[in-house]
Design a protein around this ligand. Structure first.
Ligand code: HPA
Length: 261
């Protein structure tokens, strides 16, 4: 077992990408130099959620050096909101400045159907916990006024327009999961100003801001929220629909990393 820095042995990625449920296909974007199973990296927990892999992929997109976290652990797997602290801290240690997070999410917005991609512009922490609980230093008082970096948001939008990739912009509301929401919760989410609901990402955003990284985040919409259609929700729907929006998001991330940053 080695640290991430020891594995990378001088390879210096500026950008890291975290792949959400069913979005493992995005790792095909990379000219791969190195694949490291999480089981061989100190502090990298393995997700046991189906549809998630557990490896770090290092390589390049164009001339841009990246690491891809193909798989993440979720709050609902252990009840620990800081489950991703060690991996994000290790990325910071090797010089990663930008974290791009992706997730699968439910839409609470009738105009945003399964297969859509939403750029997250802000979030609501409805799970009500924080990965910084227990952090003893004043650094725990992290400001989140500009959690989602404005410059990166603009670059992604400009390139999406040019490449004619439709992206929505909206607010992501974090529910702890692993159960899906009720129809009443989905109505509440909409009234509170959410556009999408999901079970991840918010703790990673808080951790990345704690370490001083710039953050961009995207939701791939896999379903309408509970009660918005006649269907019952389940994980199969997430796995089935994630690749549809995932393909659009892959095109956007590839074009942006090749020229935007
Ligand atoms: N709710 C919460 N998380 C999700 C959903 C949902 O409807 N779809 C995919 N992840």
């Amino acid at each position: 077992m080695k640290t991430l820095a020891a594995h990378l042995d001088g390879f210096q990625p500026k950008t890291a990408l975290v792949l959400g449920s069913g979005l493992g296909g995005l790792s095909a974007l990379v000219d791969v130099d190195l694949r490291i199973p999480y089981s061989e990296i100190e502090g990298f927990p393995e997700s046991k959620v189906s549809g998630h892999t557990a490896e770090l992929v290092c390589g390049s997109i164009g001339s841009h050096r990246v690491v891809i976290l193909s798989g993440r652990v979720h709050y609902y797997e252990s009840g620990n909101p800081a489950a991703m602290r060690k991996p994000i801290s290790a990325l910071n240690d090797v010089g990663v400045k930008r974290l791009i997070l992706t997730n699968s999410a439910g839409s609470v917005n009738k105009d945003m159907a399964p297969g859509s991609v939403m750029q997250i512009k802000d979030h609501i922490n409805f799970a009500g916990t924080s990965p910084l609980i227990g952090e003893p230093t004043d650094a725990r008082f992290v400001g989140l006024t500009t959690a989602y970096d404005k410059g990166m948001r603009k670059t992604f939008r400009t390139i999406a327009e040019r490449e004619e990739i439709e992206i929505h912009r909206g607010v992501y509301m974090w529910f702890g999961g692993p159960n899906f929401e009720t129809p009443a919760e989905i109505k509440m989410a909409r009234r509170m100003g959410a556009d999408a609901v999901g079970m991840s990402t918010v703790p990673e955003v808080i951790l990345a801001r704690f370490f001083g990284m710039d953050v961009a985040a995207f939701s791939v919409i896999t379903n309408f929220g509970a009660g918005m259609t006649g269907n019952e929700l389940g994980h199969d729907e997430t796995k089935e629909w994630a690749p549809v929006g995932g393909a659009k998001l892959a095109r956007l991330i590839e074009a942006t990393l090749k020229e935007g940053f």
